[in-house]
Design a protein around this ligand. Sequence first.
Ligand SMILES: Nc1ncnc2c1ncn2[C@@H]1O[C@H](COP(=O)(O)OP(=O)(O)O)[C@@H](O)[C@H]1O
Ligand SMILES: [Mg+2]
Length: 149
Amino acid sequence: MDKILVPVDGSPTSEHATEKAIDVAKKYNSKITFLLVAKKPEVIGTGSGGTGTIFSSKEYINELKEEQEKTMKNFLKKIDMEGIEYDTKIMLGEPYEKIIEMSENENFDLIVIGRRGFSKITRFFLGSVSQRVLSGAHCPVLVIPEKKD
Ligand SMILES: Nc1ncnc2c1ncn2[C@@H]1O[C@H](COP(=O)(O)OP(=O)(O)O)[C@@H](O)[C@H]1O
Ligand SMILES: [Mg+2]
């Protein structure tokens, strides 16, 4: 259990998943990597003439990355990482694909992911990201439900 991948979207459930990942990391002396994937929109909105505006410029991509870096920073502020070795990674693309890809390319031993993200339908379903990671990953996946207060 050397390397744990924790995909985060900034949601309270991913925060809860992070707490559980820290528990595991403390037991096994593992290193945690936090991964936030920014969905890269190919086309957003339509102009008055019906022409789509394509956001693929370097400036836009950089802006998107900066925004996600802020999200990651704010997220980590809320968490006590004392004594935990960790790093962070921001990627652009389809979240579940990037999560699975990274877990394989960098030989992670475990993925700890939230059961839900920002959606409020908590009862029956897994979120689409967690569901796809669960069915596609080649390493063990620990799915953490939302926190009950
Ligand atoms: N863009 C993302 N980057 C990294 N991890 C993510 C991303 N979106 C979701 N996750 C992870 O997947 C978990 C479940 O989220 P998701 O499947 O998107 O559920 P929902 O449909 O409720 O938003 C989150 O708690 C988080 O751990
Ligand atoms: Mg989501």
